[in-house]
Design a protein around this ligand. Structure first.
Ligand code: DX5
Ligand code: ZN
Length: 224
């Protein structure tokens, strides 16, 4: 995997919700390819965030890829609403799905990029049966629920192991690896070296003095 293929996915969870338009403008100016949208339901995680109505209302503001991260129970109920609202990719949590195959089928039938996510303590073996059906694997490097948490150090080892396992299975070129939680300019290189191709970053971008420049800095890290 070459180092210059890093994609940065700003998480708008850390943006000012009264100014989502300017948050998207920042992402565009910085050259972010993905917009990471954290959906929380107050059941799977304690927090409650963005629904399809919001996604629909901001869809026309940007052409960037809408990377919807569902941290919800019963994800099957929300695939079509988010697909209709303008998601480009939908990622659900393996821990939340009673029937992951059905969720995958729904995302596929909506013609969206299919993603599965793992919480920090969930072993990779949980998703192995579905690997041939997914496009993206989202590895959480914090407990899902809130922005601004510290990167869990053991995540780097887990990313490396998953990267290696995907190589062994001959799936490394087919599945894109995304890492989410506590990503900062200071650890971005470590995470990409371990195998991540998409880095989600919320607080590091939106709480910085110059968010556009921070996105650009992330992107330069990926240029060899
Ligand atoms: C956490 C979310 C993350 C979060 C990232 O549950 O899935 O996407 O917004 O925020 P930072 O980069 O601040 O950890
Ligand atoms: Zn997320």
């Amino acid at each position: 995997m070459s180092n210059n293929s890093i994609i940065i996915a700003p998480s708008i969870l850390s943006a000012d919700f009264s100014r989502l338009y300017s948050a998207l403008e920042i992402c565009e100016k910085g050259g972010a390819e993905y917009i990471h949208i954290d959906v929380m339901d107050n059941h799977f995680v304690p927090n409650l965030t963005i629904g399809p109505v919001v996604v629909k209302s901001i869809r026309h503001l940007t052409k960037s890829f809408f990377d919807v991260h569902l941290m919800v129970e019963r994800p099957e109920d929300l695939i079509i609403p988010f697909a209709d609202a303008g998601a480009d990719g939908i990622t659900f949590h393996i821990e939340a799905a009673q029937n992951p195959g059905r969720v995958i089928d729904l995302i596929r039938s909506a013609n969206k990029q299919i993603g599965i996510s793992l919480k920090p303590r969930t072993p990779f073996s949980r998703i192995e049966p579905y690997l041939d059906q997914i496009d993206l694997l989202l590895i959480m490097s914090v407990e899902p629920g809130f922005g601004g948490q510290e990167y869990i150090p053991g995540s780097t080892k887990k990313i490396k192991e998953i990267h290696q396992r995907l190589i062994e299975l001959g799936l490394r070129d087919r599945i894109i690896m995304e890492v989410d939680g506590g990503i900062k300019l200071i650890n971005a290189e470590e995470v990409t070296k371990a195998g991540a191709e998409i880095l989600v970053a919320g607080s590091e971008i939106f709480q910085s003095e110059n968010p556009v420049q921070t996105i650009q800095k992330f992107k330069t890290l990926g240029v060899t």
